[in-house]
Design a protein around this ligand. Sequence first.
Ligand SMILES: [Fe+2]
Ligand SMILES: [Fe+2]
Length: 290
Amino acid sequence: MNIEYLFKPEIEQKFPRLERLFEQSKEDFWNESTVVDWSQPIDMVPEKRRALARVLSIIYYGERAALEVSAQLISMVDDEECKFALAAQVIEEAKHVSVFRRVLTKLDQIHPVDPWSKRLLADLVLVKDTVAKLIGMQLIVENVANHLFVEIGRACEEAPLLSEVLKYVARDEKKHTGIAAIYLPKVLERTSTLRLEFIKLRQVYWSFCLDRTIYNHRYDADALGIDLFDAMIKGIKAQERLVESMGTRRGIWKNRFLESLSLRMYRKHNEENERRAQQGQKGKAWTRAA
Ligand SMILES: [Fe+2]
Ligand SMILES: [Fe+2]
């Protein structure tokens, strides 16, 4: 951040869409302690309950990292409209940490962090580059989380408490990916090609970590009735739509070959499940963690 900016008397308004996001955050404000009836039970069969707790634990650590990263970004970006939108995000992420802690305690327990998700989240918190943080956390991780909320919501319709919580959290997360989609084009424009190459390499690493995290939880997805092959295709499309909305692909890494390799793993997993079902076996899904 350029310190001179802090003492400039003129007010520059360069991002009206970020200002609207800030207004939206204030209108959407919700108190997680009072809007949700926490006395409601979560009725779910034990296998599904445990699988859901393992998946929501990934989200829980992700929310804690998002709280750190959004707070760091306030002092890293130069434009006030972006600082305002990020300041709103900080309080929203704090609420998300709080709700997932409550849900997990009610459901089962907070499970230890997945090692690959830990590598990814630690890197996003520790990386010093503003653009890398914006792409990694705001554009990629927030969007994956958003997509995951839709899948979990669909898979756990029998638990109204969970649907309610996910509805509030997902509404916030859309604004967080919005911050990246609105702000990144301008920032990417003035980022050097060399720096962008470094950030693209980082994206390869993050994408690998994400892939490993999801694959490690394939049996939990089975227990929840989530088809990961189908979910991955939808997730890739959602990421594409988000990048398209930026109007630039500068600095954004994508590799269709690696995507198809990853999809192949989930197709194989589905085929294995089908084979087991035909043989009348109960898949590992219902009995053990990944
Ligand atoms: Fe969040
Ligand atoms: Fe978020």
